[in-house]
Write a protein that binds this ligand. Structure first.
Ligand code: NAP
Length: 357
């Protein structure tokens, strides 16, 4: 029999996380949902969009939330009461097994990671532990507790690193250029190995960069959209950036979380690339962002700051998502200028609420 989620346990976690003071899990559907999904990394950019989309499809959604001294519920505040939040950490095998036992998921989405490339150079061991070994711990928990479930692994274009092809697809080899990329390659191959060794349904989404108004502020796209909005509102006078020449294939995050779900629907588990097929430099992103904020003389605000240089960098990434288009009917529709404008407009509106008039 399926173990019941103790109301006090879930309720107390929501209390801690969100300052919530109502009955435990209000508004949860009383009839059992058709499918259950478990998301690691639900508080992140992708986890929050994915949870919304799965709820809209009628899933019962469980999310693993790690303990932080200061909770960061901003991305999931609006989902309070509609998702089940479970204590857990990718460092902790027992917590993953408990989460799987409670949720009995049909689908597991492993989105949790130390996901910032820059930090991975300063914290390589933590990155390896969470982004690499964390995925392995989840695979073991799946193998022992939910071997009929389907698992999505959040693999990354950073695995290609120093890629050999102009546009990279599922057939290209990996040459990661950061501890983050190395950890993701480990997790990728662990997934392939568990699929082949134990016949588990495990699929990698090798996704190129995807951004949104929920992107963490340390990532360069959000740093730019936020910095430009601050400058526009008179809250900052310049914007410090590392390399302006790095080129990335940037898409819009909710489209990529839709792809994650699609990747788990075919009968046979396979790996897929998700990308727009276009690449743009950091400088182009900055120029477009200043334009979106109505600032023409953009270059006078940019300060190139060597503190943001990395020991090794990836100069150019561009993906080829033909397989996802042909097999899953997926295509990135939000293009570069629209993505930049969406992010800048969101940050302009956010700072307008706090800026002195
Ligand atoms: P994100 O916003 O940084 O979210 C990362 C999530 O992982 C957060 O919910 C974070 O929780 C959680 N987490 C970190 N350490 C954990 C731990 N020890 N135990 C449990 N949870 C932990 O990342 P994202 O942009 O949504 O990306 C989702 C996944 O896709 C990541 O694995 C990322 O590496 C991968 N990916 C992203 C992109 C992209 O462009 N966005 C591209 C390719 C692959 P806290 O909120 O507590 O920090």
């Amino acid at each position: 029999m399926r173990p019941q989620l103790g109301p006090s346990k879930a309720g107390s976690l929501e209390d801690k996380l969100l300052g919530f003071r109502g009955p435990a899990l209000p508004g949860m559907p009383s009839a059992p949902a058709e499918k259950r999904a478990l998301i690691t990394g639900i508080t992140g950019q992708d986890g929050s969009f994915l949870a919304e989309q799965l709820l809209a499809k009628g899933y019962e959604v469980y999310g693993i939330v790690r303990r932080l001294s200061t909770p960061n519920p901003q991305n999931i505040r609006h989902l309070l009461g509609t998702v089940h939040l479970l204590d857990g950490d990718l460092h902790d095998q027992a917590s993953l097994e408990t989460a799987i036992r409670f949720s009995e998921p049909d689908e597991i989405y492993n989105l949790a990671a130390q996901s910032f490339v820059g930090v991975s150079f300063n914290q390589p061991v933590v990155t390896g532990e969470v982004t690499g070994l964390g995925a392995l711990r989840l695979l073991e928990a799946m193998r022992s507790r939910a071997d009929k479930a389907r698992l999505y692994q959040a693999s990354s274009s950073e695995m290609f690193g120093q890629g050999v092809a102009e546009r990279l697809n599922e057939g290209n080899g990996f040459h990661p250029r950061s501890p983050y990329g190395v950890a993701k390659v480990f997790a990728y191959w662990a997934c392939v190995n568990y699929r082949e060794s134990y016949g588990l349904y495990i699929a990698n989404g090798i996704l190129f960069n995807h951004e949104s108004e929920r992107r963490g502020l340390e990532f360069v796209t959000r740093k730019i959209s936020d910095g430009v909005a601050r400058i526009r509102h008179g809250l900052a006078s310049d914007l410090h950036l590392g390399s302006l020449t790095s080129q990335r294939d940037w898409g819009y995050a909710p489209e990529y979380t839709d792809l994650m779900w699609r990747i788990l629907q075919p009968t046979v588990a396979e790996d897929y690339v998700g990308a727009t097929g276009e690449t743009h430099s950091v400088e182009e992103f900055a120029r477009e962002a200043f334009r979106a904020a109505g600032i023409d003389d953009w270059s006078r605000y940019i300060v190139t700051d060597r503190r943001f240089a990395r020991p090794a960098d990836v100069d150019h990434l561009c993906g080829d998502a033909t397989k996802a288009k042909e097999r899953l009917g997926w295509e990135a529709k939000v293009r570069f200028p629209e993505l930049v404008h969406r992010m800048v407009q969101a940050d302009l509106a956010r700072h307008a609420r706090t800026a002195p008039s």
